[in-house]
Design a protein around this ligand. Structure first.
Ligand code: GLC
Length: 579
């Protein structure tokens, strides 16, 4: 694919469209009282296991992340979110935590974590860690103690243990299904082999749900948060943040298979209970106390899957979470109307709370954009050379032009496509194994990153026989960071240039968005003082909404046209673009 050489330095981006210094038109209040950093931050999601391996065991680790910090600094993100690195049996790659205050030896140790935070801060990067409060690992001491304890004991009251239904308690206490397939209950077996009570797990049986109606749980998590705050973290990504509380009576669900079918939190009795908001208020207070001590703003970003944007907005009220991922953008198909619908909804319902919207197109649970946006007509190329690659580039420029914060998932900046042909025997995702091998959804976006060279392991791991924990395809050779950095037409340069422009243009992060009239397959809008972004979702070229060369474009953009599957940014006086 040939792509127009994009300017690498915003200061020399285009002589016709000078870059406006950020402060020039900032409102007076903003000059005196800078907005907290997180409001328009771009955070890079590091899936630690697949980022960079420093020990040669084929699994990424914290020292690898530390070695990659200059790369992230160069890319221009504001910080990084680390997927769980805590001691864990890895039934769900760390989202089954056995000890919340330590590092799994596979990933390093606490000293290495401290070095990582120190180096990140030296480079001006924030560090956000992942906290998993809805459930722990079945290897956590609390759960082991609960299994050994009697029904009704305080140890069991930290979880949801219940007697079964049926004559001999042989049926689960209710009809709930787990998100990853199968019933949400597993029956215990006593030391003498007799079946006992059941316990609740909304994910795998190795992830028992904690009982948040027991005040001990909240107190334990406040201690965990304080532990990491004292180690210098800048924030927490909160796993399953609409979870935690269940309906107190654990009644049957009206549609038990809904969770399993949609893999979304739709069981109204298991998710989104009103009591959860009080937890976020107390965590917010904890963050604010930390800020009062050292002046550093902390961030709570929630993984909030709820049915509507209005319900989502409740999680980012001024005294609750700072951010919550707005997954509707990620879920939108490649259609102008779909994108416009979710953007309008978010700006109305979420930005209306006084928070900012947190945009995301990729993460470790979803098929990558290059593959998702590929046209179904058969031109999907595993390396992204079909329609998917250009569209993913265009979507990135769109996302980075929207008001609010954004998250970029590792490999997105390299234009990685989903690895669709991993052999069954290497798949590790519990979703695959618990759905009778039906759903191959999460391994393909977690394949270790390619850094350099022409053959696997592409610099991901060192050592003679070192093999990445998931096999890398040959076509990763075209996507190594080494090649991306050397090619000004690469995804990497597009992201880097867009991030630089976000820093230098006034109000590109926060501020107003005004739609421009455009053909049905095109979205065009003006931001703040006059940055215009247009995206052509259609199959043919359309006239560009602004005369003159763009500041940045996702693909070749000549002769005042915007080609199919292309996005571009122009800097201009807003009065000049409305006719
Ligand atoms: C979240 C994580 C996912 C994990 C699940 C259970 O959805 O993003 O990876 O499997 O929670 O903790």
């Amino acid at each position: 694919m040939t792509v127009a050489a994009v300017p690498s330095d915003p200061a020399t981006a285009s002589p016709q469209a000078p870059v406006i210094p950020r402060q020039r038109s900032a409102p007076a209040a903003e000059l005196h009282q800078p907005q907290p950093w997180w409001r328009d931050a771009v955070i890079y999601q590091v899936y630690v296991r697949s980022f960079l391996d420093s020990t040669g065991d084929g699994i990424g680790d914290l020292a690898g992340v530390r070695a990659g910090l200059p790369y992230l600094r160069r890319l221009g993100v504001d910080g990084l979110w680390l997927s769980p690195f805590y001691p864990s049996p890895q039934h769900d790659h760390g989202y089954d935590v056995a000890d919340y205050c330590d590092v799994d030896p596979v990933y390093g140790d606490l000293d290495e974590f401290d070095r990582l935070v120190r180096d990140a801060h030296r480079l001006g990067l924030k560090v956000v860690v992942d906290i998993v409060p809805n459930h722990c690992s079945s290897a956590h001491p609390w759960f082991r103690e609960a299994l050994a304890a009697a029904p009704g004991s305080p140890a069991r009251a930290r979880f949801h243990f219940a007697d079964g239904r049926g004559e001999h308690g042989e049926l689960p206490p209710n009809n709930w299904r787990a998100m990853f397939g199968g019933p949400a209950w597993t029956r215990t077996t006593g030391p003498d082999g007799t079946p006992g009570q059941w316990y609740l797990h909304m994910f795998t049986p190795e992830q028992p749900d904690l009982n948040w109606r027991n005040p001990e749980t909240g107190r334990a998590f406040e201690r965990i948060l304080s532990f990491w705050l004292e180690r210098g973290v800048d924030g927490f990504r909160i796993d399953v943040a609409a979870g935690l509380f269940k309906h107190p009576d654990l009644p049957d669900s009206p549609d038990p298979y809904a969770d399993e079918r949609t893999r979304d939190s739709v069981n109204p009795l298991a998710w989104n209970q009103p009591e959860v908001h009080e937890v976020w208020r107390s965590w917010r207070r904890l963050c604010e106390e930390a800020t009062a001590r050292d002046g550093r703003e902390r961030l709570l970003v929630g993984e909030v899957s709820v049915p509507t944007a209005a319900e989502h907005a409740a999680y980012v009220r001024p005294d609750e979470l700072h951010q919550a991922f707005f997954f509707d953008l990620l879920a939108a198909p490649w259609e102008a109307a779909a994108f416009r619908g979710v953007i309008d909804e978010a700006l109305r319902d979420i930005a209306g709370t006084g928070s900012t919207v947190t945009w995301v197109l990729n993460n470790h649970d979803q098929v990558r954009t290059v593959t998702r946006y590929a046209s179904p007509s058969g031109d999907a190329d595993p390396s992204g050379a079909g329609t998917g690659g250009p569209r993913a580039r265009a979507a990135a420029l769109l996302m980075l032009a929207l008001p609010g914060a954004a998250y970029v998932y590792q490999g997105e900046e390299l234009g990685l496509a989903e690895v669709l042909d991993l052999p069954d025997e290497v798949l590790t995702d519990p979703v695959f194994h618990r759905t009778g091998s039906r759903l191959r959804v999460r391994d393909g976006c977690r394949v270790p990153l390619p850094w350099s060279g022409h053959v696997s392991p592409f610099g991901f791991t060192t050592g003679g026989d070192a093999r990445p924990w998931l096999p890398q395809p040959d076509w990763f050779a075209a996507h190594t960071t080494e090649r991306a950095l050397a090619d000004v037409g690469s995804f990497w340069h597009l992201y880097r240039d867009a991030l630089q422009l976000r820093r230098s243009l006034p109000h590109l992060g926060e501020g107003s968005l005004r739609w421009l009239d455009s053909p049905p397959d095109v979205l065009a809008f003006v931001r703040g003082d006059g940055l215009v972004c247009a995206v052509n979702f259609g199959d043919g070229p359309v006239p560009a909404p602004v005369a003159g060369p763009p500041l940045l474009s996702s693909g070749p953009c000549a002769d005042g046209t915007l080609p199919a599957g292309t996005a571009a940014w122009w800097s201009c006086d807003p009065s000049g673009v409305l006719d």
